[in-house]
Design a protein around this ligand. Structure first.
Ligand code: ARG
Length: 440
C-alpha cells in the first residue's frame, strides 16, 4: 500500500517493494511519528488550514492508533512502505476522508527528519543515563577498594597506584563521554518540520507552533539543509564509538586482571561462561563481547559517513540507510554500558595479589631515586645508582626494601635508615604528592 499511486500505471515488482520498504526497521519511530503528526495537526488548525472539528477527528484518530500500538492491539506489520505510510493509512481507515488532509503542507522528507531528530534526542538522553549508571558503579567500586596496585606503562610494572585511582580514570572518560553526548543533543535541537520536501510550502504554516509543541529549541534556518542534514546521527555515532573505545579498553583490563597470570580481580560467575571441553575454565565472555562489539559500532559510523559523502542536496533515498546503522549502534552501546556497569558492581578485588605484584616489580625504584635527589644527588646520577641497585636485587632475588643498609650503602653512602620509610609502598601513596587517594 502506497501514498503515491496517482502518477503510476504499473504495479511495483514484489521484490522492489521488499527492497524499498523500511517498515521492518523504522517501526520503532511510531511514537515520534505520531507526536510529529499531532503537532502538525495542532499547527494546521492554529493556522486555519484545518477546521477545529477536522483537527479533533485527526487527533483522536492518531491517539487511538498510538494506544492500540502500545497495547499490542495494532501490530506494525503489513505491506507498507514505511512507518509514515503505516500511520497515515491506518488513520484514514479509522477517521475516513479527513485522514487524507493530515499531510497538508508536509512531506515525508521533513516528516522523517523530525521523527529521527526526536528519536535521537530521546535516546541520546537515555545513553547519558546509562553512562551515569556506569560512572556510579565505578565510583562505588573505587571507594570500596582503595588498595594499592601496580600501575603500568608499556604493559610493564611502573609505579605504585591505587585501584581506586585506576577505576577513577575510567570514570573520567565516561564523564567526558556524557558531556559529548549532551553537546550533540544541544546541536541537534532544531525543528525540521515545515521544510516540506525541500522548499517549504505555499501554505501559510507556522513553524514556531510545532517547534514549541515538540520541545525543540528553534526551527532550522534553512529548508534544504533541514531535510538533508544527518550530521547529528554522525555526531552521536562518533560519540558512541568513543564510548565503545573506552568500554573496550576497560574490558581489556578486566580480561587481563582476571587471568591466571594476574589474578587481580575475580569476575562474578553471572558475567562469565565455562568451556565445553576444559572443565577448569571460567571465561570473561561479557568483557570480550563488549571489546568485540566495538568494531560493529565503528562500522556503523563509517557506513553512514560513506553513505552520505556523495549525496547532492536535498533528500535522497540513500538516507533511509541511516536508521539501521543508528539503531544498531544505539542498542549495542546501551547494552554494553549496562553489562559493564553490572560487571563492575559484582567483581571482587584480590588486593593481596596486587600487593605481591608490586613487590615483584621494583615499583619503588623511582622513589629511591627521589630519595637520593632529596639528599643532594643529581637526578641522572641517582637514576644510574638505582639501576645498579636493581641489577643487584635481581641477582639476590630480593626487593629493594629487603636489602640491608650495609647492602644499600655499597651504592651510595647517602642511604641511611630513613630510606625504608621513604620507599614504603603505602607511604609512597599516602605521603606522596600524587594525591592518588583523594582523587577517586
Ligand atoms: N523511509 C524513508 C526514509 O527513511 C522516508 C522518507 C521517504 N521520502 C521519500 N521522498 N521517499 O528516508
Amino acid at each position: 500500500m502506497k501514498l503515491w499511486g496517482g502518477r503510476f500505471t504499473d504495479q511495483a515488482d514484489h521484490i522492489m517493494e521488499q527492497f524499498n520498504t523500511s517498515l521492518p526497521v523504522d517501526y520503532r519511530l511510531f511514537r515520534e511519528d505520531i507526536a510529529g503528526s499531532r503537532a502538525h495537526v495542532t499547527m494546521l488548525v492554529f493556522c486555519d488550514l484545518l477546521t477545529p472539528e477536522e483537527g479533533d477527528l485527526l487527533m483522536n484518530g492518531l491517539t487511538s492508533i498510538l494506544e492500540d500500538i502500545e497495547s499490542g492491539a495494532l501490530k506494525i506489520e503489513g505491506n507498507y512502505e514505511d512507518i509514515h505510510s503505516f500511520v497515515e493509512m491506518h488513520l484514514t481507515e479509522r477517521v475516513g476522508e479527513v485522514g487524507k488532509k493530515l499531510h497538508t503542507g508536509r512531506s515525508r522528507n521533513d516528516q522523517v527528519a523530525v521523527d529521527m531528530r526526536l528519536y535521537a534526542k530521546n535516546q541520546a538522553g537515555e545513553v547519558m543515563d546509562k553512562l551515569q549508571m556506569l560512572i556510579d558503579s565505578l565510583t562505588e567500586k573505587a571507594k570500596a577498594n582503595n588498595v594499592i596496585m601496580p600501575g603500568y606503562t608499556h604493559m610493564q610494572r611502573a609505579q605504585v597506584v591505587t585501584f581506586s585511582h585506576h577505576l577513577g580514570a575510567y570514570a573520567q572518560m565516561f564523564k567526558r563521554d556524557k558531556r559529548r553526548v549532551a553537546n550533540a543533543i544541544d546541536i541537534l535541537d532544531e525543528n525540521p518540520l515545515g521544510c516540506g520536501a525541500l522548499a517549504g510550502t505555499t501554505h501559510n504554516i507556522d513553524r514556531e507552533v510545532t517547534t514549541k509543541l515538540l520541545g525543540f529549541h528553534k526551527p532550522v534556518d534553512n529548508f534544504l539543509d533541514g531535510v538533508s542534514d544527518r550530521d547529528y546521527l554522525l555526531e552521536l555515532l562518533s560519540d558512541f564509538s568513543i564510548i565503545m573505545m573506552h568500554l573496550s579498553r576497560l574490558s581489556e583490563e578486566l580480561i587481563l586482571w582476571s587471568s591466571q597470570e594476574f589474578k587481580f580481580i575475580t569476575m562474578a560467575d553471572a558475567y562469565s561462561t565455562g568451556s565445553s571441553i576444559m572443565p577448569q575454565k571460567k571465561n570473561p565472555d561479557a568483557a570480550e563481547l563488549i571489546r568485540g562489539k566495538t568494531g560493529r559500532v565503528y562500522g556503523s559510523l563509517f557506513a553512514l559517513l560513506t553513505t552520505l559523502k556523495g549525496l547532492p542536496l536535498t533528500y535522497n533515498k540513500d538516507m533511509q540507510e541511516d536508521k539501521e546503522q543508528f539503531f544498531d549502534a544505539l542498542d549495542t552501546v546501551g547494552d554494553c554500558l549496562l553489562i559493564m556497569s553490572k560487571m563492575i558492581d559484582t567483581l571482587t578485588v584480590n588486593d593481596d595479589n596486587m600487593k605481591a605484584a608490586i613487590k615483584g616489580g621494583f615499583l619503588n625504584a623511582t622513589e629511591v631515586a627521589d630519595y637520593l635527589v632529596a639528599k643532594g644527588t643529581p637526578f641522572r646520577d641517582a637514576h644510574e645508582i638505582v639501576g645498579r641497585i636493581i641489577i643487584y636485587c635481581e641477582e639476590q632475588k630480593k626487593a629493594i626494601e629487603d636489602l640491608t643498609i650495609a647492602e644499600l650503602a655499597q651504592f651510595s653512602d647517602l642511604i641511611v635508615d630513613d630510606i625504608y620509610e621513604y620507599i614504603d609502598y603505602e607511604n609512597i601513596i599516602t605521603k606522596g604528592n600524587k594525591g592518588l587517594l583523594k582523587q577517586v
